[in-house]
Design a protein around this ligand. Structure first.
Ligand code: C2E
Ligand code: MG
Ligand code: MG
Length: 503
């Protein structure tokens, strides 16, 4: 393939004659090899090669680079225009079912494209650029193709730089932890803190963990970083008053390390923190490891006495099977369901409610993540979540600040978020029934704050002022109170049940 490409690039007639290079990589081929064995893997590769040859025939050259990587070179005059349709055909054809030793099998394929001369004039640049495009295709969800562009190169360089910097970050003391409160909805007391890593980059300033954790995972740096996080968080927590817990995020790669339980036991002993004050947060990613040892790891961890939480629930496969596989103590409902759940016209509240019901049935706690506004606190409590985490109780702070806060204020949590979900305020609604004596009328709760609620109903009249009412919310709870004022179709209700609104 290399010789062919070299020859084609060297013997182009005019300066703009196209040569298209397509880099192919099968999606999750390793899983097939690992689970079904190398003989099946080899047979699959043969059939893939046959299909590729049939697609390309005389229009180009097909070769295998090794493993599950293939290459296609198109060198006709129309190669520039052909590359994309050919990529589509390849992806479509290779993803059709295979029959191997009598059993059906499927696999996906990702493709990266670079066309000479505009996207590389030498074998090296063209190959590198097609590779970058392939990388982007994989990143873009696999079973898709990408054409090289300069941005990919800039991204790759940035990433390389960040990788190099991250290697030094630990030893340079650029990483630190901040802690975010987890607050019980029932008692409004702090039950624990989640440790969140921060990187203060010498030139870039703060780099988000969403950006550097994936790099740490890919480079294997996560092992060292993860251990540091664990030890630091456990030691910090042991020094805090009030018996609060600490939650630590554990990446799937750390989880796959058989030494993890040992490491955790070690950190706990070193700091004298009781195991039930440590909660490990894992995402569904831990179940996607090829070897199925995760069940065993879960059990060992449970035997140590640490708590387990399933993080970001609702964003991945949200497989109920996972809930059965592992002895979780808690489900963390992803912030994408919480944010905006209170607004009209979405199903988020119903989804949260369903997750809570499921969790309750299984005897699991729930934490709503990303609660920002005070009216969301009320809302989330109504939906039955056992705890709340979010900027409504403040931004995450350093360990020393946590200790100082706990010393000063004890466990009671302070609301600092905006009172109501402002934008757009008019849309903050909960469907409800307004009950006055035997009258039941449709109403809408516009907002709740300071122990009151503003409701809207066509049935309101000025003579309602002073009337005792009940507001039956769609999700099943009932608020009671007295109408304090009526203005057109709107009324202010002073709520009598404690805990119905946030101050
Ligand atoms: P996560 O575990 O789901 O952490 C919650 C994220 O939501 C944090 O982002 C937190 O700052 C943010 N957040 C909390 N409340 C609110 C809110 O009210 N509004 C908004 N807009 N955001 C809120 P952060 O710190 O940027 O972390 C992002 C992700 O990076 C984490 O998601 C976690 O998956 C990962 N991560 C953070 N620290 C570590 C670590 O030490 N180890 C590992 N493996 N992953 C970590
Ligand atoms: Mg987390
Ligand atoms: Mg989360």
């Amino acid at each position: 393939m290399r010789t062919t490409l070299e020859h084609l690039l060297a013997t182009r007639q005019s300066g703009f004659d196209p040569t298209a290079l397509l880099m192919l990589d099968l999606d999750r081929f390793k899983a097939i090899n690992d689970t079904l064995g190398h003989l099946i893997g080899d047979e699959l590769l043969k059939q893939v090669a046959q299909r590729l040859e049939r697609i390309i025939e005389k229009t180009g050259v097909v070769g295998r680079l090794g493993g599950d990587e293939f290459q296609v070179i198109l060198a006709s005059e129309s190669a520039r225009n052909d590359a994309e349709p050919v990529a589509r055909t390849i992806i479509e054809t290779l993803s059709r079912q295979y029959i191997i030793k009598g059993a059906p099998l499927t696999i996906g394929c990702s493709v990266g494209i670079a066309v000479a001369p505009e996207q590389g004039q030498t074998v090296e640049t063209l190959t590198r650029n097609a590779d970058l495009a392939l990388y982007a295709a994989k990143d873009g969800g696999r079973s898709t193709y990408r054409i090289f562009n300069e941005d990919l190169l800039v991204d790759a360089k940035n990433r390389r730089q960040l990788e190099d910097d991250l290697r030094l970050a630990t030893s340079n003391g650029e990483l630190y932890l901040v802690y975010q409160q987890v607050v019980s909805t029932a008692t409004e007391e702090i039950v624990g803190y989640e440790a969140l890593i921060r990187w203060n980059h010498p030139r870039r300033g703060n780099v988000s963990p969403a950006e550097f954790i994936p790099i740490a995972e890919e480079t294997g740096l996560i092992a060292g970083i993860g251990e540091w996080v664990l030890r630091t968080a456990v030691a910090d927590c042991a020094a805090w008053p009030g018996g609060v817990r600490v939650a630590v995020n554990v990446s799937p790669l750390q989880f796959a390390n058989p030494k993890l339980p040992h490491l955790i036991a070690n950190a706990l002993t070193a700091s004298c923190l009781p195991p039930d004050r440590l909660e490990l947060e894992v995402t569904e990613g831990v179940f996607l490891q090829t070897d199925d040892d995760s069940g065993c790891t879960f059990k060992t961890l449970k035997d140590l006495g640490v708590r387990l939480a399933l993080d970001d629930f609702g964003t991945g496969y949200s497989s109920l099977g996972y809930l059965q596989k592992a002895p979780f103590d808690k489900i963390k409902i992803d912030q994408s369901f919480v944010r905006g759940a209170i607004m009209a016209g979405n199903r988020k509240a119903a989804i949260i409610k369903a997750i809570v019901t499921l969790a309750n049935t299984l005897g699991l706690e729930t934490t709503a993540e990303g609660v920002e506004q005070q009216d969301e606190v009320v809302f989330v409590r109504e939906l039955g979540c056992s705890s709340i985490q979010g900027f409504v109780y403040g931004k995450p702070v350093r360990a020393e600040q946590v200790a100082a806060d706990l010393d000063q204020r004890g466990l009671s949590a302070q609301l600092v978020g905006h009172r109501i979900s402002r934008p757009p305020r008019e849309k903050v609604i909960l469907k409800a029934l307004l009950v006055r004596g035997s009258d039941r009328n449709e109403a809408t709760v516009r907002n709740t704050s300071g122990g009151g609620a503003m409701i809207e109903s066509a049935s309101l009249t000025p003579s309602d002022v002073g009337t005792s009412v009940a507001i039956e919310l769609q999700q099943g709870s009932i608020w009671t109170g007295i109408i304090k004022w009526v203005d057109g179709q709107r009324a202010g209700v002073e709520l009598s049940r404690a805990g119905r609104s946030s101050r």
